[in-house]
Design a protein. Sequence first.
Length: 382
Amino acid sequence: MKYQKTLLLAAAVALTAALPANAQDTIKIGSSLGLTGYGSLTDAHWRDGLVAAIERLNSQGGVLGKKFELVTEDNKSTPQQAVVVYRKMMSEDKVVAFNSGCISAGNFAAASFVTKAKLPMFLCSILPRQPEEVKWAFQFLPPPKYEVDTRYKYLKEKTQVRKIGLLADPSPYVTLMKGIAEKTAAEFGLEVVASETYQQDDSDFSVQIGRINAAGAGAVIMLGQGNAVVTAANNIRSLGLKNMLMLGSIQELDIHLAAGKVLGDQYMAPTPMIQLASDDISVLTDPKARAIAEPFIKAMRDKYGRGDNAQASRAWDSMMMMAEAMKKAGTTDGEKVRDTFEKLGQYVGAGATYNFSTENHIGITENPYVLISVKDDKLVRK
């Protein structure tokens, strides 16, 4: 019997030694991303920021004596597939936390069972709706009010436009933003004279834009991300609306450039300063902010060439903060990491400054946006 036990122990040791290193020695982080579908551009850049951050962390030795391993799954920009991939990463990959993309509906759909498993969720999207789920989720997306305010302030202070039309997709984030846009317009001396909707895969918005124009609006406020903004820009041009301004939402760099190429000075949008710094880091005039952003910008350029730093910078920040929480907690245990993360205090990152706490799981508490237009295939501040 003793001999058999010795053989079993030896076999177990041999099997353990034969396992790949990442089965024993990595900290697995799961990421549900819309790599296909309407969220593909946004979530691809979120993934790029995570990859760059993990490579930097691992080059410095990781945390707790282990390196990070990123497990990514395509949720196809749908909540149904998000549920599938979240469950897969929990049951098969044994991830210890999630750092997921910007598909709010997908993160909402998975939040209940992720919460029950006591795994923290670091999100590009808005927070889930249920209070118990919010306790386990941290939002790295600026509140939608900030991008509404940036556009409305410009119209009030720099133009004669006082009547506007809204053009919105049905996503949870945009639905929230649309309510804010309707409620706060009067505070800026603006009147919403038309409110239109579209689906992310629609190929033409001429009817909606025609109704906005007929209502007397001098500007279209586009509420939604992705290629739809380029479609709307082309529709405005084809309808001959040379005096109609279009103020888009936060977008990926390629989308801004494409819409600006179509409409010229008629196109504007809010953007964080880090996106302007993609071409010229000197726009970050605060020495501390520039010093923090430089390693991120260099990592993105070295790995991806010309980087789009809007979403990627906040993904980078989220991983750096997660690693810091694990280091301070001395463990990857979900509850302890969550509690430690809440106590990190103010964190100045590459993409923004964050102020998470026990009571506040929306990290960005000051408006990070400026308004931009496109000139000579570059973003310029208005």
